[in-house]
Design a protein around this ligand. Structure first.
Ligand SMILES: NC(=O)c1ccc[n+]([C@@H]2O[C@H](COP(=O)([O-])OP(=O)(O)OC[C@H]3O[C@@H](n4cnc5c(N)ncnc54)[C@H](O)[C@@H]3O)[C@@H](O)[C@H]2O)c1
Length: 202
């Protein structure tokens, strides 16, 4: 495995759950980690505990995402790894109001678009960079009782595939994380174990 020490990573949704675990593991590998989250106090606490840098960020805010990427590129170092991990759950079917569909679409899908738009130009300039998209098993199969969540996670998988195909020859590598059930606060939104059942349901 490559020596990761000193390489720069941004992790969105770094205050809790899977994002927090990514922050802690990358810091343990010696990476310079910027943990970003809409919960500023929590992300600063997570970052401080492992020597990372905490930043307040609403991932639905494209200009703020671009500003963070620029700040990191100029003040911290070239971004090696961009982890687009922040996400929300939303239980319910097609009857969910349009506003709720748009809210989860903005958080779960457009946040990846904003981040990639910001980070691709410097990565392409260097001819190297890695994109890590947190999708879900619900993006490969489905999640019972959670229509909007399933649709947005399929969107993340589609975006990751498109990026891999489009920029692979330019030195950009892409990973798409598709977990099933992980015991994090997000699961409180789901009824019972719908996310876990995604793995066994078409
Ligand atoms: N927990 C699971 O079973 C599971 C399974 C598959 C995929 N996932 C995905 O993993 C990712 C992380 O989820 P988790 O389970 O760790 O949840 P979590 O709720 O523990 O963490 C999500 C983090 O994202 C942050 N966040 C939410 N909206 C944000 C916004 N607008 N801007 C910035 N930060 C925001 C939250 O403050 C929180 O810190 C999500 O994309 C989720 O869909 C989770």
């Amino acid at each position: 495995m490559d020596d990761l020490s000193g390489r720069v990573a941004i992790v969105t949704g770094g205050a809790s759950g899977i994002g927090r675990a990514l922050v802690e593991r990358f810091a343990a590998e010696g990476m310079t980690v910027v943990a970003a989250d809409i919960d500023g106090a929590a992300v600063n606490g997570v970052a401080a505990a492992v020597g990372a840098i905490g930043r307040l960020l609403d991932v639905t805010d494209g200009p703020a995402t671009a500003r963070l990427v620029e700040e990191v590129e100029t003040s911290v170092g070239p971004i090696e790894l961009m982890c687009m991990n922040a996400g929300i759950a939303s239980a319910g079917g097609v009857e969910l109001p349009d506003a709720e569909w748009r809210r989860i679409w903005d958080v779960n899908v457009m946040s990846h678009v904003h981040a990639v738009r910001a980070v691709l130009p410097p990565m392409l300039g260097r001819g190297r960079g890695h994109l890590l998209h947190t999708a879900s098993a619900a993006g490969l199969l489905t999640s019972i009782g959670a229509a909007a969540y399933s649709v947005t996670k399929h969107g993340v998988v589609a975006l990751a595939e498109w990026l891999a195909v489009t920029y692979g020859d330019a030195g950009i590598t892409v990973s798409c994380l598709c977990p099933q059930f992980v015991a994090t606060p997000m699961l409180e939104v789901f009824d019972a174990d719908s996310e876990m059942r995604a793995g066994s349901t078409a």
